[in-house]
Design a protein around this ligand. Structure first.
Ligand code: FE2
Length: 280
């Protein structure tokens, strides 16, 4: 198919407070309706400027049944977890964390030289067969993310493929595409996407025409499954995260930081947290 996908929805992010009081913009949140399958959540951190006072973060909390993907553009996030892992996600870095059966972790933002923190967290679902797998991290340093320049586009490829180049994040169940696309003024971007895959674009700078509809930042664009490519045209320039993946088409039961397939699995998770067997 060479035709271009149209848009089904433009979502305006809503302010939400998470963790110990972090103000963020949320455009996708976990729901049983699972309308963006396999994607569960998309948060944008852009509010921790020095005028807002002390920095707040995400103290120790559990996850089960999902993957959390943190991409930082400014500032950094210090993290540590119940398995003994720790580190810093700095500007341009990605942490792709597959929680599997469970971790407890802490995520604490730090301001960069500019005084700001800017980044995104995406949650990707796991299929039922992998929800209780061993936890796994892919820590991606900024310097190892391919930067591809093409027809006025500058693309940082985190996961997926472009012109035979593969992003450093691999072996993810949803076969995801995750890339940061910056378009020069007066440019056009076309990218092939597999039929049946869910495609989202989070527009965070500038404006453009996505599937022939004008979209201004900051907005989450949801594409229909009606074409083999996505097309973006811009006069002023634009920057967006392009997100695509294969849906699992399984029932889900989201409960806070857990996403399982049945209510019983959520009850079991809560029981394990209470009796101390959640972490193995
Ligand atoms: Fe977390």
């Amino acid at each position: 198919m060479n035709n271009f996908r149209s848009i089904s929805q433009i979502i305006e992010p809503q302010l939400a407070v998470e963790g110990a009081g972090v103000l963020l913009r949320r455009s996708v949140s976990p729901r049983a309706s699972n309308e963006h399958d396999p994607f569960l959540l998309f948060d944008h951190f852009a509010f921790n400027n020095p005028l807002e006072g002390p920095l707040r973060g995400f103290p120790m909390h559990p996850h089960r049944g999902i993957e959390t993907v943190t991409y930082i553009l400014d500032g950094s996030v210090n993290h540590r977890d119940s398995l003994g892992n720790s580190g810093t996600i700095g500007p341009g870095d990605v942490q792709w964390m597959t929680s599997g059966r469970g971790i407890l972790h802490e995520e604490m933002p730090r301001r960069g030289e500019s005084g700001n923190i800017y980044g995104f967290q995406l949650w990707v679902n796991l299929p039922a067969a992998q929800k209780m797998s061993q936890p796994r991290y892919q820590e991606v340093n900024s310097s190892t993310i391919p930067v591809i320049q093409k027809d006025g586009a500058t693309i940082r490829l985190v996961a997926g493929e472009l012109d035979g180049i593969r992003g450093p994040v691999t072996e993810i169940a949803a076969a995801p595409l995750y890339m940061d696309v910056k378009l020069d003024p007066a440019s056009r971007f076309v990218y092939p996407v597999p039929s049946g895959h869910t495609v989202l674009a989070y527009v965070f700078e500038g404006a453009g025409e996505f599937g022939n509809e004008v979209v201004e930042s900051v907005s989450m664009v949801v594409f229909n499954d009606d074409g083999g490519h996505i097309e973006v045209k811009t006069e002023t320039g634009a920057r967006f995260m392009l997100i695509a993946g294969a849906p699992f088409k399984e029932p889900i039961v989201p409960y806070g930081p857990f996403v399982m397939n049945t209510v019983e699995e959520i009850q079991q998770t809560i029981a394990e947290l209470r009796n101390g067997t959640f972490i193995q």
